[in-house]
Design a protein around this ligand. Structure first.
Ligand SMILES: O=c1[nH]cnc2c1ncn2[C@@H]1O[C@H](COP(=O)(O)OP(=O)(O)O)[C@@H](O)[C@H]1O
Ligand SMILES: [Ca+2]
Length: 467
């Protein structure tokens, strides 16, 4: 009798078929995994419409939201030529046009098949907050930038002003997301952001539960951890507006914050053309004045101190201008103009004692203007003595950093290739990229949605604010 092929018994056929099916499932899973990890990344674009200029950031992440790792990365940035959008109040159309070069660049950096589904956001900060005092002008600027962005092939999600709280909180989220602190529930890093028209301080403090000053409290749950963040934004305390305040004070024509030998004719109208200083305008003043430098750090520090009000505080403790601030806690990341200025002055190394940092700045301020290098953008060059002095004064006198806590500040521009700033945190929130709960397993889609709580109200997505 012919021996039966053992492979042909019904049972073995069944096992063989099952094996094939399992094999193809395995293949499908692997193909899936391959696509998830290597194919077709997704993109998001955020325009940071700051008071001094606008910058565009392109972010990229794997097609499937990977809820277990900080995987959103900045892949490109573009600096818009010209001033911030709030400077176009008298010619709003130009605000829209100014964005076009960077938007064309974005079309090249995001693959065309992804254009349509790529969200595009514009967030404006303190420049537009100040322009909002004149609501018609601010509406016209928003109208013009929105029309311009609607013409792009991306999915434009709207242009709006961020509140100071959002600006501070999203900057904090960015820093801690990029440092991988959130998903691991590690001690968080505070965020210090210095702009041209406002400045933000945000940190978690055990001594703060929000009850003493609810306006400074933002609560959220991220990756299964609850955070109660202290945040405050000081409008008019960005470095460009503080310079105006310092210049409009008494004795400012002969200015200790500018190098000896510096002399420039300036216009009074331009100086007082901001709600931050308009009340300081003298009743009668000449059209122009000569701004003369005398390069003295210690006198400059006194002048800068005069823009802070330390006389009133209705809480247990305050930073300045009667604003509550809990005791500083943990490490801090200081970015934006903090970084530009301290980096230019070679003062980013905070292992150097604070006293030595001050002495180095005092030496810099006393160098004659003529010896300063030509070739660097003149506007910034003249202002570094002032800006450095303002930064040290704000940190020590304003926020109460001591020589000990100063060493816990890191001056940073980028973390792992992405710029520190509010834009990444803003996009992570609007795209639901950070889950409220810790994911059960890696690569499990939609493990949860962020729950942001502000002033005791829980809501499921700050994007709702846009509606
Ligand atoms: O290279 C630089 N050196 C010094 N300051 C810089 C440099 N680049 C940008 N800045 C400053 O950084 C600040 C950025 O502020 P931004 O335009 O974001 O205002 P906002 O955040 O108050 O709306 C401005 O004061 C600008 O002058
Ligand atoms: Ca800014």
């Amino acid at each position: 009798m012919k021996e039966r092929n053992p492979w042909h018994t019904p049972l073995t056929i069944f096992i063989a078929v099952l094996g094939k099916v399992r094999f193809s499932f395995l293949c499908l899973n692997e193909i899936n995994l391959f696509f998830v990890l290597f194919c077709c990344p997704q993109y998001g674009i955020v325009l940071d419409a700051g008071s001094s200029h606008t910058a565009m950031y392109i972010y990229e992440w794997p097609a499937e939201k990977d809820n277990n790792t900080g995987r959103v990365e900045q892949t490109h940035s573009c600096k818009v030529k010209g001033p911030g959008i709030s400077s176009y109040a008298s010619d709003p159309k130009k605000a829209g046009q100014s964005l076009q070069v960077c938007m064309k660049e974005a079309e090249r950096f995001v693959p065309s098949e992804r254009h349509e589904e790529t969200p595009l956001y514009l967030g404006a900060t303190a420049g537009m907050r100040l322009l909002k005092y004149n609501s018609t002008a601010s509406d016209q600027v928003f109208q013009a930038v929105s029309e311009s962005l609607q013409k792009s092939p991306f999915s434009f999600q709207g242009a709006r002003i961020l509140s100071g709280q959002e600006e501070g909180a999203f900057g904090w989220v960015t820093v801690n997301y990029l440092d991988d602190r959130l998903k691991q529930g590690l001690e968080t890093t505070g965020a210090l952001d210095l702009g041209g028209a406002s400045t933000q301080i945000s940190f978690v403090s055990d001594a703060f539960d929000g009850s003493e000053s609810p306006n400074n409290s933002v609560n959220f749950r991220l990756y299964g951890n609850d955070y109660n963040l202290y945040t405050h934004s000081f409008l008019c305390y960005g470095k460009d507006q503080v310079l105006r305040m310092a210049l409009s004070g008494p004795g400012s024509i002969s200015d200790p914050c500018f190098h000896n030998g510096y002399s420039e004719s300036k216009n009074y109208m331009t100086l007082y053309n901001s709600p931050c200083v308009s009340k300081r305008k003298p009743v009668s003043s000449p059209a122009d004045f000569t701004h003369v430098g005398k390069g003295n750090f210690y006198q400059c520090q006194e002048l800068v101190k005069s823009v802070f009000d330390f006389t009133q505080c209705k809480y247990t403790q305050c930073s300045f201008n009667g604003v509550y601030q809990p005791t500083l806690q943990g490490p801090f990341g200081a970015f934006s103009a903090y970084y530009f200025v301290m980096n230019f002055l070679n003062l980013t190394d905070t292992s150097v004692p604070l006293q030595s940092v001050k002495e180095a700045l005092a030496r810099y301020c006393s160098t004659p203007w003529e010896t300063q290098h030509p070739g660097i953008k003149l506007k910034y060059l003249a202002e570094y003595c002032f800006s450095g002095t303002y930064i040290l004064t704000l940190l020590t006198e304003g926020y109460n950093f001591t020589s000990e806590t100063f060493s816990k500040i890191r001056f940073i521009k980028q973390i792992k290739g992405s710029d520190a700033g509010w834009t990444l945190g803003y996009m992570l929130n609007l795209t639901n990229m950070i889950p409220a709960e810790a994911p059960d397993t890696p690569l499990l889609p939609h493990a949860g949605y962020p729950v942001w709580v502000e002033k005791g109200v829980t809501f499921n997505n700050l994007a709702l604010w846009l509606l």
